[in-house]
Write a protein that binds this ligand. Structure first.
Ligand code: BG6
Ligand code: MG
Length: 216
């Protein structure tokens, strides 16, 4: 059984369904720019940083640096608009119970989110105080699928990577957790997170005992 000492939670799509709001922001921008985009194309953007997402959305279309920055800011404005009414009611079922389960085992808990809005979202959800550390879109230069963000979260907690469980809803996030040498738990469909060694359909279904029992 692994010597687990911490759980690092992705935020968007794991603790709250902001993944939907990110998608709507990108869709609105794409429609305004006349760029073909849909939910299927959005799959590749899940968990990916703002700038990297815009590059994927533009799909090789060349724009000036200025126009690029304006589009990224416009999408962020739409995203923040959708978050206006966010409250603790927007926590996904089972999210807080899972954080508390980890804490009750004496483990540390951290956020490992690519978002520069993570602090705002955590405050709106009323859960900032639950976490021992927050690594977000401001913390590292290289975004997921690079391991840097999760390694930074582990360093903030003072826990070695192999003692960390990561909860992720995105393909790029699972890749980052595996690259960090952590125990990756995917939340969502097989097509998205089937490459994680552990997978549950929803956060409510996550069983930490099962993760421990099925990890060498
Ligand atoms: C991730 C989301 O958590 O953060 C992505 O899954 C998003 O969809 C990324 O692009 C960056 O977020 P933000 O809020 O900094 O634009
Ligand atoms: Mg996510």
């Amino acid at each position: 059984m692994p010597d687990v000492r911490a759980v690092i939670f992705d935020l968007d799509g794991v603790l709250t369904d902001t993944a939907e709001y990110h998608y709507r922001g990108w869709q609105r921008l794409a429609d305004e720019e006349g760029v073909p985009f849909d939910r299927e194309k959005n799959e590749a953007l899940r968990g990916v940083s703002r700038n990297e997402s815009l590059l994927l959305l533009l799909d090789g279309r060349e724009v000036s640096e200025e126009a690029f920055a304006e589009m990224a800011a416009r999408k962020n404005g739409y995203y923040l608009e959708y978050l206006q009414d966010m409250s603790p009611a927007d926590l996904l079922p089972g999210a807080v119970a899972l954080v508390e389960d980890a804490k009750a085992r004496g483990w540390k808990v951290a956020i490992g989110s690519s978002s520069k809005n993570a602090g705002f979202v955590l405050d709106a959800l009323g859960i900032t105080e639950l976490f021992d550390a927050v690594a977000d879109g401001h913390s590292v230069d290289r975004a997921k699928p690079e391991p840097d963000l999760f390694l930074e979260a582990a360093a903030m907690l003072g826990v070695p990577p192999e003692s960390c469980v990561v909860i992720e809803d995105a393909e790029s996030g699972v890749d980052a957790a595996i690259a960090a040498g952590m125990i990756a738990v995917g939340v969502g469909p097989e097509e998205r997170v089937g490459h994680a060694p552990h997978r549950f359909a929803t956060v409510e279904d996550i069983d930490l005992d099962q993760v421990l029992d099925t990890t060498d």
